[in-house]
Design a protein around this ligand. Structure first.
Ligand code: SF4
Ligand code: SF4
Length: 330
């Protein structure tokens, strides 16, 4: 029998610390859409303070955009709480299937390949676009970078759904990563956890890595809307706010950093929508992100958002990796 990992966020503040200040409502995309306080961090904390159970709709509604954590004056680990609540919920068929899949993965051999100095963990959207993935690897250093055989997408999905992750399965994923000097991660939820699982590793989001490239930065314009992927951003916002502020000052582009627009179409999906069990109106959120802006181009860090923006606007949408002029099409 396999052991399972416990939530990595053990020494955290929780619902008991909520003062009811409601600052989390200002940033929460679920509150903007529903105006239902029971679906917000405030509502969940108050329910628990009164000894009530948090209902499944509230636990599943959270998009895990992580925007509520930086604004919470009580430093409550909102996302850790949601992930724990999902694990405690009644099993669903989707979670059962993933649980069985994860247990099966625990017995597979660890894939081995020579260690490059940097490894890239692409997400499924990037893997589905091999041309963009090839441009990313060229920009990030080509010969010094390897694309990981296991990009952790199973582990990320298990975290999101609330499936238990066998400890052996996690170790198989982490072992090859320890051989690299730097890890670049496209999936923001995975990045958040990697920072806890590998506290000494140098880990950067794909957005940060690409926007740090001189060719990419030079191609940014004052009339661009640069769309930050919020999960990775909130995993390290105290440092990254300076990174993006430098881009804003030096290149003049606008960012989706204002209230409730930090969530983007891809991260405004709740659990059922992410699992394909409920319809999702990506377009409504894309319109909201664009509302009132005067821009000539949309630059996305996450390929998942491109289609949503293209559906609601004629403004060209490009991925960061497509900005660098010095790279011919691959
Ligand atoms: S993580 Fe995002 S969706 Fe979930 S409660 Fe916080 S702000 Fe709302
Ligand atoms: S911001 Fe924090 S303390 Fe304030 S209501 Fe939300 S969860 Fe409670």
């Amino acid at each position: 029998m396999f052991g399972f990992i416990k939530n990595a966020f053990t020494s955290r503040r929780d619902h008991a610390d909520c003062s009811g200040c409601s600052l989390c409502l200002l940033v929460c995309p679920v509150w903007r859409q529903s105006r239902d306080i029971s679906l917000t961090p405030h509502g969940r904390a108050k329910a628990m303070q009164h000894g009530d159970a948090v209902d499944a709709a509230s636990v599943e509604s959270c998009t895990l955009c992580m925007a509520c954590e930086p604004v919470c004056p009580e430093k409550i680990d909102q996302v850790g709480m949601i992930l724990d609540l999902r694990r405690l919920q009644a099993p669903t068929s989707a979670r059962d299937e993933l649980q069985a899949h994860m247990t099966g993965l625990a017995s597979r051999p660890v894939a081995s390949r020579p260690a490059a100095s940097t490894t890239l963990l692409p997400d499924s959207a990037l893997r589905a676009h091999p041309d963009t993935l090839a441009r990313v690897t060229i920009l990030l250093g080509d010969k010094n970078i390897s694309v990981a055989d296991d990009d952790g997408s199973d582990i990320s999905q298990a975290l999101e759904v609330g499936a238990d992750i066998p400890a052996q399965c996690l170790e198989q994923f982490l072992t090859p990563l320890r051989l690299h000097k730097k890890i670049i991660v496209a999936d923001g939820l995975l990045l958040r956890h990697l920072k806890l699982w590998l506290p000494k590793a140098r880990i950067a989001s794909l957005g940060e890595a690409l926007s740090g490239h001189a060719e990419v930065r030079r191609s940014l314009r004052t009339t661009d809307l640069y769309v930050i992927e919020p999960r990775a951003y909130h995993s390290d916002y105290q440092r990254l706010v300076k990174h993006y502020d430098r881009l804003r000052v030096n290149h003049g582009c606008a960012f989706n950093l204002d209230l409730q627009r930090i969530a983007i179409p891809a991260t405004a999906r709740n659990l059922s929508q992410r699992l394909g069990l409920a319809a999702h109106d990506d377009e409504a959120h894309a319109r909201w992100v664009l509302h009132g802006r005067s821009i000539t181009r949309i630059v996305v860090e996450s390929l998942e958002d491109r289609a949503a923006f293209e559906k609601v606007s004629d403004i060209p949408v490009v991925h960061l990796a497509e900005l660098a002029d010095g790279i011919s099409d691959v």
